[in-house]
Design a protein around this ligand. Sequence first.
Ligand code: GYE
Length: 305
Amino acid sequence: LVPAYADLPKLKKKDTYKVGFAQTESNNPWRLAQTASMKDEAQKRGWQLVYTDAAGSAAKQVADVRSMIAQKVDVILLSPREEKPLVPAVMEAKKAGIPLFLIDRGVDVNLAKGGKDYVAFIGSDFIKEGEMAGEYLAKAVNGKAKIIELQGTVGSSPANDRKTGFEKAIKAYPDIKIIASQSGDFARDKGRQVFETLYQAHPDATALYSHNDEMTMGAIAAMEAAGKVPGKDLILASIDGTRDAAQAVSDGKILVLIECNPKFGPAAFDAIVKYAAGEAVAPRLVNTDRLFNKDNIAAYLPESY
Ligand code: GYE
């Protein structure tokens, strides 16, 4: 691990740090829980947090990182909205001598590398999340389903990888097909609108695979408005672990919910301390995600956000 550091900016050991956190958007509970976790951790340690919200724009997020560089923050935590457009921001931080960690989403692996261009990626294995959802759904429907897929933000690593993982899992089942697939941009209202349109065009659909809980909640609203019963007329698989979705699992509307934990504060700040101490930091720090269904959701509900 250590030799790869040669390329990376160093971080001086200090009592407190000025940390930039470049958030991608704040329009959903997952993002709000993530931001709260960063703010809590900074406050707990007495560090300064420079927080920006790109409001769903990759271009603004690049500008946000540039302004953090201009303000000479000690270290940058970046949740890159999309895989390619944020690569220049990563490279500019490196050039400016500011160590950067990717939080929750990745950038294009061919254009920037952990341990070389940025210190590390801290987040979930999105391919595995998609696989877990696909495998569970496939078994539950006895290998037969017509699926509508709601994809996340186009060009984002979780949308790309959750699609790949799910497709991999259902490949073994010839009678399971994705009959329609479109982006709902990880947003509730967009998810509702897109699901409504796709379901009108494909009333024979029997299942929904949605890349996040907000879109799933939007789709549930559309199903109910159409007089359908989620959990009966359509079988649902979702990812994240928001309070609304956890409740929907408990109510039997969502069959399976794969966790994606947004509470990155402790892990991110610990990694900064480790890095400043000159200790080896793995280029990929992967969270372990749990699978929730009707049998185990009650214990998780109090933790949901
Ligand atoms: O699943 C979604 C959010 O990047 C893993 O982004 C994250 C995803 C999360 O908008 O709800």
